[in-house]
Write a protein that binds this ligand. Structure first.
Ligand code: SF4
Length: 217
């Protein structure tokens, strides 16, 4: 579900400079030029004013788009609630979006313990940016969730616990674990390796750490 409890349009933005092995939107990364012009998206949203609640900006990585800020501002001007799905890799842009009141709801990936972040994202420096974004989101007052995609070939049980403990320590109230999905992925060795389930004892422990916790997939 793109935005729980809301009837929402989803704008899938192209582009992302990270290369997570489990990415299930590989067709959007990198950009391939097959774009729907923003004017067409805007016309679609204008026609549906009053019929849908909000607009979700997803991807790919929407913060990779220079035009994200004006696009979210335009959606707001039409009276829509807005949600952002992000990897947290652009804290400065995120800070501006939050300060300008352009984001009502954020879903942000927390992909690994910070000492191993670059191994999952295959992008140097990603951990530092993500830590900044986590702090901004928790302090923002916007609705949010943090979420981790889990495949046992990429994360151990202890590492999932470590991610959750760090988020809880920072004051996060909502955390979800998302099971790896094969659809749309391009990494065959990972796709062909069955992922172990997380132990129920660990899931029970995670549930105690957050006001809202769940497993999806
Ligand atoms: S950050 Fe998201 S869009 Fe970018 S490669 Fe990773 S999963 Fe795909």
């Amino acid at each position: 579900m793109e935005w729980e409890g809301k009837l929402a349009a989803v704008v899938f933005a192209q582009g992302c400079s990270w290369r997570c092995r489990y990415c299930h939107n590989t067709s959007l990364v990198p950009p391939d030029g097959h774009l729907i012009p923003w004017e067409d998206v805007l016309a679609f949203l204008q026609e549906r004013q009053g019929l849908i609640d909000g607009v979700v900006f997803s991807g790919g990585e929407p913060t990779a788009q220079a035009a994200l800020h004006p696009a979210m501002a335009a959606a707001k001007e039409l009276g829509y609630e807005t949600a952002l799905h992000t990897n947290g890799g652009q804290p400065r842009l995120l800070e501006r979006l939050l300060a300008d009141g352009l984001v009502d709801d954020i879903a942000m990936d927390v992909k690994a313990p910070f000492c191993r972040y670059h191994e999952v994202t295959r992008a140097r420096g990603s951990a530092r940016k993500v830590q900044q974004s986590i702090g901004l989101i928790i302090a923002s007052g916007a609705d949010y969730e943090f979420r981790t995609t889990y495949h046992s070939d990429l994360l151990s049980d202890d590492e999932v616990l470590q991610i959750a403990q760090d988020l809880a320590w920072r004051g996060a109230h909502t955390y979800f674990v998302q099971k790896y999905r094969i659809e749309g992925t391009g990494d065959m060795p990972l796709a062909l390796t069955p992922s172990r389930e997380l132990p129920t004892s660990l899931l029970a422990r995670l549930a105690e750490m957050f006001a809202r916790f769940g497993v999806r997939g």
